[in-house]
Design a binder for this molecule. Structure first.
Ligand code: SF4
Ligand code: SF4
Ligand code: SF4
Length: 281
């Protein structure tokens, strides 16, 4: 297998520190769906890198897997689907590593963080299992280990953050035999994407999916046709956290008065029983 595609200057050891605004040097991946051959080597490499069983219910060489669309779940952090169109094409799906991640903003205990590297990662020790992140994600990515009785986890692509910290490429990028996946600084990937569009206007749809969606994502797509509203959700340019935060704040706005009321009633009951009395009252 050929080595994966990385731009010059990419795959430098990533920092694990976190900031409110995405780092200007954050990395990303450009997925060129016009190059992808649907071999699913990326799926296999991802599972191997995460210690998951590499042989799923479907054999990797069995094309029947493309008969029904799949979503990333707790057993596969990335999946490749075949999209039926005039000219069928393959589309790899995983967490988009949003610049303003709704999963992070919806998490009330701060279990999700956007790292300087661009990766949106999840801390199992903080998670309380509320599953707000599953509801908040505009790409329906985080998956819960429903089948696990003990300590079920939220599962999603971690952008191979530990590999990046060691200066390695994400496993899927490294394994892709046709360089359909290019890893590098996000700004540089956008430049490359628009250059490809300019060079081959008949080959590519003029828009790069992920450049602007929900305020920008670290994973971006080049394709022959418009993906928004077809293969991928049609979303505005406003960061999704604005939406999820207002839902969350709405929930708490309704939650706080009953809590305050119960606290007040509790205090009055306690006071009625134990409070100081004057004149035998
Ligand atoms: S795609 Fe979903 S899970 Fe991934 S960073 Fe964005 S909001 Fe979070
Ligand atoms: S970046 Fe890593 S975790 Fe994400 S899909 Fe690729 S191999 Fe899987
Ligand atoms: S390894 Fe590359 S060519 Fe094969 S399915 Fe994944 S992205 Fe497509």
């Amino acid at each position: 297998m050929a080595a994966g595609a990385g731009l010059a200057g990419a795959a430098s050891p990533a920092s694990a520190s976190v900031s409110a605004e995405p780092s200007p040097t954050r990395s990303g991946v450009l997925v060129d769906t016009t190059v992808c051959i649907g071999c699913r080597s990326c799926e296999q490499a991802c599972k191997a890198a995460h210690g998951m069983p590499t042989q799923g219910p479907e054999a990797y060489e069995d094309d029947a897997v493309f008969d029904a669309p799949r979503r990333p779940d707790s057993t596969a952090l990335t999946v490749v689907n075949r999209l039926e169109a005039e000219r069928p094409f393959f589309l790899k799906a995983q967490c988009m590593h949003c610049d303003h991640p709704a999963c992070a903003s919806s998490c009330i205990v701060g279990a999700f963080t956007k790292e300087e590297s661009g990766a949106v990662v999840w801390d199992t020790s903080k998670c309380i299992g509320c599953r707000y992140c599953i509801v908040a994600c505009p790409f329906q990515v985080p998956a819960f280990e429903w089948g696990k009785a003990l300590e079920p986890r939220i599962m999603k692509c971690d952008f191979c953050a530990p590999r990046q910290r060691d200066g390695e490429l994400p496993a899927c990028v490294e394994r892709c035999p046709v360089e359909a996946l290019t890893f590098g600084p996000r700004d540089e990937l956008l430049r490359v994407a628009h250059e490809r569009i300019k060079r081959s206007p008949g080959k590519y749809n003029p828009r790069v999916y992920g450049e602007l969606e929900v305020g920008g994502t670290s994973w971006m797509y080049l394709s022959a046709r418009e993906l928004a509203g077809e293969a991928l959700p049609k979303l505005g340019t406003r960061p999704a956290p604005g939406v999820s935060e207002s839902i969350q704040h709405g929930i708490f706005a309704y939650f706080v008065p009953p809590v305050a009321l119960y606290s007040l009633l509790g205090f009055l009951m306690w006071d009625a029983k134990n409070g100081p009395r004057e004149g035998g009252e």
